[in-house]
Design a binder for this molecule. Structure first.
Ligand SMILES: [Zn+2]
Length: 449
């Protein structure tokens, strides 16, 4: 028997944790963090889960034996297969036993480890460590793949790249005794590498799958735009900026970073990136499959925040590169820079003193949950204090409704499971004219493929 059980990503965007069983084989497809559910109970950094028992007690983690660090029984699953390195797809890996293999794309592994080293993880729950005495330690067992080059794995599958708002995103085509099961992860068809998604859809179609698990983030409130359009919109805003141009976007969004890099070129400015961004690029630099500018490029500066002591990962950057600038440098060259700045960098504005005619471009999702809205309010207060107007220029990493429907018709499975959407019933009705079974899964319920 082949079954699917959905422990997250049900009626919500993200938190995907899908258990696939095929006779004795048991693998999870993604093991993501549930932002929405955590937000109901927690207020970081004052109150946050400290171990798996807290999330198990709240019904947020799958209530299964043999999965978690503090559970002494043997591992009850063979592996976790990751679609891509967004927290809502991998964020709960840290609670799993370290000897459960994590199977993912090569760039996915690099990004997860870079983000882990430059973030703050609770002790006992790190995925990787960087210490002076022992250097880099990777505490989980990673097995990596590339498109059409699957690794040896407890389940036979073929990974095919897709375009999304982070590098290292894949769709998976899994062989089971009941036929092929296709998992899209997150994908888009309007991005700069839409051909990659088309290649995945063609491979998925060719596999004549029994089941398709597909995302539906944009089934409501889809906005039509493209990365090229984002760049075209950024340039005149910066051209008309007399003072400092600031930009806020996700450090994972390498396409957006490239758009700002090119906009900097076009407007005769330098792009000043954060240390976290620099560390991620430094780690990705050796990947020949990603076209990223070199960090010592003459149009790049690395912005270091005012602080007394640098972490080891930050020292790795300051030891490697000389193009480091701080707030006093930014103050003197405001009309020569695009400075990437998030809400968490706002203290730096005191020393930078943005001059009249400065600009802030918000280039990520609009604040869509309450917690982000609170941060957003505060960021607007900072910008108001310094007389900086804010623009919102963004394009989504997810496919539009008509593209989702086209992908489903192309792949033409017997059964479709709808995940990663806030409106599964709307999505189901939108597809109701298709000649296939459409399932809006219930959380924790087992479905036969
Ligand atoms: Zn994603």
């Amino acid at each position: 028997m082949t079954t699917l059980t959905f422990y997250g990503g049900v009626g919500e965007i993200g938190g995907n944790k899908i258990l696939l069983t095929d006779s004795k084989t048991r693998v999870f497809l993604d093991f993501g963090m549930n932002f929405e559910k955590e937000k109901r109970y927690y207020e970081p950094p004052y109150l946050q889960p400290r171990n798996e028992d807290h999330l198990l007690g709240l019904g947020i983690l799958p209530p299964l034996k043999g999965l978690y660090k503090n559970d002494e029984t043997e591992p009850s699953i063979d592996a976790v297969l990751l679609s891509h390195p967004h927290l809502d797809h991998y964020g709960y890996l840290k609670y799993l036993k370290d000897d459960i293999p994590i199977i993912c794309g090569e760039a996915t592994k690099t990004i997860i480890i870079a983000k882990e080293l430059s973030g703050l993880s609770a002790s006992g729950y790190q995925i990787a460590n960087l210490t002076k005495s022992r250097g880099l330690e990777i505490l989980k067992e990673f097995v990596t793949f590339r498109t059409n080059r699957p690794p040896s794995s407890p389940i036979v599958f073929n990974p095919v790249h897709v375009d999304h708002s982070v590098p290292g995103a894949y769709g998976l085509i899994l062989e089971t005794s009941r036929g092929n099961v296709v998992y899209t992860g997150d994908f888009r068809l309007h991005g700069p590498y839409y051909q990659m998604t088309e290649e995945f859809i063609a491979a998925a179609k060719e596999s004549e799958p029994s089941a398709l698990i597909i995302e539906g983030t944009n089934i409501v409130n889809a906005k039509i735009s493209s990365e090229a359009e984002v760049k075209t919109k950024i340039i005149p805003v910066i051209e008309h900026t007399k003072g400092l141009a600031m930009a806020g976007f996700s450090i994972n969004d390498i396409d957006r970073l490239r758009s700002f890099y090119e906009a900097a070129h076009a407007t005769g400015r330098k792009l000043a990136i954060s240390m976290k961004q620099a560390f991620l690029l430094h780690k990705l630099e050796s990947d020949p499959h990603l076209s990223i500018f070199p960090l010592d490029d003459s149009n790049i500066s690395i912005f270091v925040k005012e602080k007394k002591k640098l972490y080891l990962w930050e020292q790795e950057i300051t030891n490697h590169y000389d193009n480091i600038i701080d707030a006093s440098d930014v103050e003197k060259m405001q009309n020569e820079l695009i400075l990437t700045t998030s809400f968490y960098d706002m203290n730096e504005l005191i020393a930078i003193k943005p001059i009249s005619g400065s600009t802030y471009i918000l280039s990520q999702s609009e604040p869509f949950n309450e917690e982000m809205e609170i941060d957003f309010e505060k960021m607007l207060n900072w910008l108001e204090r310094f007389g900086v107007p804010q623009y919102h220029i963004h394009v989504s990493g997810h496919a539009l409704p008509y593209q989702l429907k086209w992908a489903i018709e192309e792949i033409n499975p017997e059964k479709v499971f709808l995940v990663h959407t806030e409106k599964p019933e709307l999505y189901k009705r939108f597809l109701s004219d298709l000649d296939m079974a459409i399932v809006s899964p219930e959380e924790g319920k087992e479905y036969e493929v």
